[in-house]
Design a protein around this ligand. Structure first.
Ligand code: SAM
Ligand code: DTB
Ligand code: SF4
Length: 331
């Protein structure tokens, strides 16, 4: 969806936008279900990149220490516990610039993925940059979806990160698509961006061909010690509007209400679900920061009449639309 159309939708009165988003949601997701995903940081901290919001960058003193890649047996225990708890997607994150074929750590990750993929959950990884070969190997090992966010608009990106470019992010997304994995790509609200930046981010994401299978919308969790520690945050209604726009622009995607839920009340989360969010991270920890308790999430879902979505580990990645061009590039 083009910027102009997104802008027009954004300028609608709040309830008119919500009504439109709700009808797109009901047409595509009639089941009143929410996907429960568990996140595990399999390699924490010490990252070479300077993403100005991130607790795990080695450039900032955030209290998060650099750790080694977790042992496979410990990861398996966490994955099994996530499945027991009702999660249908297990997402493993690593604080790396990227992975390279032929390295010991990449072989270790492939081995971990092979084992986790036997548990019958969707397997998602987020390991930073991938080339064609790495993407293909992850797909063969059993990864269903790869998370790689563009985080903000092409224009604002260089204010947020200097160690890699927006185009680097798009290249990885392309490699993931070419390998036949689903793309999980979204962003963060509250990085000092303006409304147009948010709309441009959604324009880029919705113009992916194929469109992403999931779109995480994170609200910044301000991390002391990072350049974004004092960032003003974002108005709750803007978060809801962004979710509504993501729902309209990428109708078949799971729109994931991601980081930032600990600061949201139940009513705010309910509005987000109404506007089109249908996935959450489930369990009391994200990567380095906290997330609501599972019991609280289940209680809220119960109140709202929402059920956990069933797993679909065999799902095929969305197909390229031959009628549309591939996404533009940003050099
Ligand atoms: N290193 C990999 C990468 O950059 O893609 C994977 C891990 S990285 C932590 C995954 C995503 O988490 C980021 O792209 C960003 O959207 C989100 N994230 C990281 N720190 C955050 C924070 N403080 N608040 C909200 N979202 C955050
Ligand atoms: C995504 O978009 N959000 C998740 C997941 N993908 C990897 C990460 C949120 C991280 C929040 C900050 C932290 O816990 O360090
Ligand atoms: Fe590293 Fe990813 Fe954090 Fe950037 S967002 S510093 S690449 S872990």
């Amino acid at each position: 969806m083009q910027f102009a159309e997104l802008k027009e939708l954004h300028s609608l009165p709040f309830f008119d936008l919500l009504k439109k988003a709700r009808s797109v949601h009901e047409a595509n997701w009639p089941e009143n279900e929410v996907q429960l995903c568990t996140l595990l940081s399999i390699k924490t901290g010490g990252c070479s990149e300077d993403c100005s919001y991130c607790a795990q960058s080695a450039r900032y003193t955030t209290g998060v220490d650099a750790e080694r890649l977790m042992e496979k047996c410990d990861i398996m225990k966490r994955a099994e516990a996530a499945r027991e708890n009702g999660s249908t997607r297990f997402c493993m994150g690593a604080a790396w610039k990227g992975v390279r074929d032929g390295t010991k750590r990449f072989d270790e990750v492939l081995d971990i993925v092979r084992s986790v993929s036997e548990l019958g959950m969707e397997v998602c990884t987020t390991l930073g940059e991938l080339g064609e070969v790495e993407a293909k190997k992850l797909k063969e090992a059993g990864v269903t979806a790869y998370n790689h966010n563009i985080d903000t608009s092409p224009e604002h990106y260089e204010n947020i990160v200097s160690t890699h470019t927006f185009q680097d992010r798009l290249n990885t997304v392309r490699h993931v698509q070419n390998a036949g994995m689903s793309v999980c790509c979204g962003g963060i609200l509250g990085l000092g961006e303006n409304v147009d930046d948010r709309l441009k981010m959604l324009e880029v994401i919705s113009e992916f061909n194929p469109q992403p299978e999931s779109v995480p919308i994170n609200s910044l969790v301000p991390i002391p010690g990072t350049p974004m520690a004092e960032s003003g945050g974002v108005d709750n209604f803007e978060v809801v509007r962004t979710i509504a726009l993501a729902r309209i622009a990428v109708p078949k995607a799971k729109v994931r209400l991601s980081a930032g839920r600990t600061r949201m009340g139940d009513e705010m989360q309910a509005l987000c679900f109404f506007a089109g969010a249908n996935s959450i991270f489930y369990g009391d920890k994200l990567l380095t920061t906290s997330n609501p308790q599972s019991e609280a999430d289940l209680a809220l879902m119960e109140k709202l009449g929402l059920r956990p979505q069933k797993p679909n580990p065999a799902q095929a990645a969305p197909k390229v639309d031959a009628e549309r061009p591939l996404e533009p590039s940003y050099q």
